[in-house]
Design a protein. Structure first.
Length: 362
């Protein structure tokens, strides 16, 4: 298992020229080749940003994605003919908006392998390790909208098995291309620690008494059979223009999730009181590393080195220091608009992660 002490979550801010080109492409003013060239340019810049910061592993900054979940929705053909909705909250403590998500309204098929495209491009342009990031199957579960999706898949379980089969093909192709580190992004596991999240599940017709067990089984099936690959699970509470969707500590899900999900790395959001205490880390088994997401990507204030070292020391009271690592709490741009921070703040925060990791673990 790789010993990445200075880890990342994946996405970087989209530059203005990228956003302008996306608008032109969607308006039919530039063709697909021109849009791909813009994505390539941004990806190369992102690779250089990660490398200059000194982190141990990188991605292409998700320069080919409008949203973090595109490896699922764009690869398998979800549409916006019907939409799921998730509430998001600002620092002011008020619900700002309902983020509209695509839904399954047609039979799923493997239209493309977006993570494979990302990995192969990044691998060809860096000597550093490259990780693949893609949604956990928990996200597929919330894109089944009663009243629309059941017209295509009357049985929700049949739909989930189809999503599993196709996403295993996505993973298998990435592994065949050489990836050895795959991160599953799963902001829906933490819905179970929040009344707001549970209510959202109920709106989608999900049984919250069985959902956790069912989803762990599906994610375990997704990653089974790839013995040479390190799998990580990234848990956050939503990330959209510096907003979040739920709040609450890991306590209600920690023992079952940390012990039964067969990943080797747990990338856990811990940048604010929304995430609760470090106490649930006592449930992490000895064969797993915890990557502490202590550096926020939601706010521009730069954390001090001393604060991070103190927080790492606090976490080490529950899990040995040699099984800890450091990262930002989430991506800087899980959606195309990006969080409310500047490129300069982004650079400083990535350098902070690398610097503190070196000072703690050498």
């Amino acid at each position: 298992m790789p010993d990445y002490r200075a880890d990342i979550v994946g996405s970087l801010l989209r530059p203005d020229y990228w956003k302008a080109a996306l608008q032109q492409f969607e308006a039919g003013q530039i063709d697909a080749a021109a849009w791909t060239a813009v994505q390539d340019r941004a990806a190369l810049e992102n690779i250089a940003i990660f490398a200059a910061a000194g982190v141990d592993v990188l991605t292409d900054g998700e320069a080919r994605r409008r949203y973090w979940f595109d490896p699922l929705t764009e690869s398998l053909g979800y549409t916006h003919d019907a939409e799921a909705a998730v509430p998001f909250t600002s620092e002011r403590g008020v619900v700002r908006e309902m983020l509209r998500l695509p839904a399954v309204t047609a039979p799923l098929t493997l239209k493309q392998n977006l993570p494979l495209r990302e990995f192969e491009f990044a691998k060809a342009h860096t000597s550093k390790p490259v990780k693949v990031t893609l949604p956990s199957l928990t996200y597929a579960s919330v894109l089944y909208v009663p009243g629309s999706s059941d017209k295509v898949y009357p049985d929700r379980d049949v739909y989930m098995q189809q999503a599993l089969r196709l996403m295993r093909e996505v993973v298998a192709q990435c592994v065949a291309a050489g990836t050895r580190y795959i991160q599953l992004d799963a902001p829906r596991y933490t819905h179970l620690v929040s009344e707001v999240g549970i209510e959202n599940f109920h709106r989608l017709g999900l049984n919250t008494d069985t959902w956790l067990t069912d989803m762990i089984a599906l994610d375990n099936a997704l990653i089974a059979g790839f013995p040479d690959v390190t799998f990580g699970l990234h848990l956050c509470r939503g990330n959209n223009r510096s907003m979040w969707s739920v709040e609450g500590g890991y306590d209600a899900i920690a023992e079952q999730l940390f012990n039964t999900l067969k990943v080797q790395r747990l990338l856990l959001e811990y940048d604010s009181p929304r995430a609760g205490s470090f106490a649930p880390l006592r449930f992490v088994p000895r064969d797993k590393t915890v990557v502490l997401g202590l550096v926020t990507t939601k706010q521009p204030e730069i954390e001090s080195d001393e604060l991070l070292r103190r927080r790492i020391e606090e976490a080490s009271q529950h899990i040995p220091l040699e099984r800890l690592a450091l990262s930002p709490q989430c991506g800087f741009a899980s959606t195309q608009e990006g969080n409310l921070v500047s490129a300069e703040v982004q650079r400083q925060k990535l350098e902070l992660v690398a610097r503190v990791a070196r000072s703690v673990w050498g």
